[in-house]
Design a binder for this molecule. Structure first.
Ligand SMILES: [Zn+2]
Ligand SMILES: [Zn+2]
Length: 263
């Protein structure tokens, strides 16, 4: 058993599509993946291209919780290093969406001609689990809230030894949903929030299922969360852009690929 810290590592903070190049080196270009280490539980929130950089611990129980199965949240899964470990149990949790179970959707992705092999062909022992509104992963209680996003998405709250975090990506703010998220995230130690757009960009992309850093800041303040990070960065936003935004709004922090937070 490790100490009481809840460790949270951003492995991928980009939304929509991975990017690379000199202008993305500081904040990173991999898509959605956050690793949470809570005692012996190693929990991945989404499996975007960031999960390719995961270095699983030897003796942990591995779980992947999917917010939803849009490509930017699953595209790293075929290259998740734990899948190559013979006999390693990996539990996948994904909600049914649009009449298709999580397992069926992932089986579709891992099938020719999209991909040459089935997920059951990998050396690891993968199991699928439907999503419930409340459940536990070992000693980590998990609660969920439906997001507002095309096709649906799930917001998660995880707790461990008195600390808690909320992962709210692929979330578009509406009056009602803002209030629901404020209640859901109340007093969390960490809120990770979809701030893909500026207010100006949002006006042109209403209905795309994403939010803004400033609305995230309002939710974080109203919910009295202790730490607050923006994720699901727009692929057009460069390092210079993020640094300029952080200078203008010192209360906003954009998460960076590879950054670890201890709660
Ligand atoms: Zn996304
Ligand atoms: Zn999405």
């Amino acid at each position: 058993m490790r100490d009481g810290n809840l460790s949270v590592t951003f492995l991928g903070t980009r939304g929509s599509v991975p990017v690379n190049g000199k202008e993305y080196e500081r904040y990173g270009g991999a898509t959605s993946c956050v690793r949470v280490l809570a005692g012996n539980e190693e929990i991945y929130l989404d499996a975007g291209s960031g999960i390719v950089q995961a270095r699983p611990e030897q003796d942990t129980h591995i779980t992947v919780l999917f917010s939803h199965l849009h490509l930017d949240h699953v595209q790293g899964l075929p290259f998740f290093p734990a899948l190559a470990q013979a006999g390693r149990p990996i539990a996948l949790y994904a909600a049914d969406r649009e009449g298709i179970s999580g397992q069926e959707a992932i089986d579709r992705l891992f099938s020719p001609p999209l991909w040459p092999c089935r997920i059951s062909d990998y050396p690891a022992e993968v199991s699928f689990h439907p999503l419930q509104s409340r459940f536990s992963i070992g000693s980590v209680p998990v609660t969920t809230m439906p997001s507002f996003h095309p096709g649906g998405a799930t917001i998660y709250r995880l707790a461990y030894q008195g600390k808690s975090l909320v992962y709210a990506t692929d979330f578009e703010h509406t009056g009602e949903k803002i209030q629901e998220l404020i209640r859901f995230a109340q007093d969390a130690d960490l809120l990770i929030y979809d701030g893909q757009y500026t207010q100006e960009e949002y006006e042109k992309r209403k209905g795309y299922g994403h939010s803004t850093a400033s609305v995230g800041g309002e939710i974080a303040a109203a919910a009295r969360v202790k730490q607050f990070f923006i994720t699901h960065h727009d692929p057009r936003h460069t390092d210079d852009w993020f640094m300029q935004m952080e200078r203008q709004n010192p209360q906003i922090t954009y998460a960076k690929d590879g950054e670890e937070i201890l709660l």
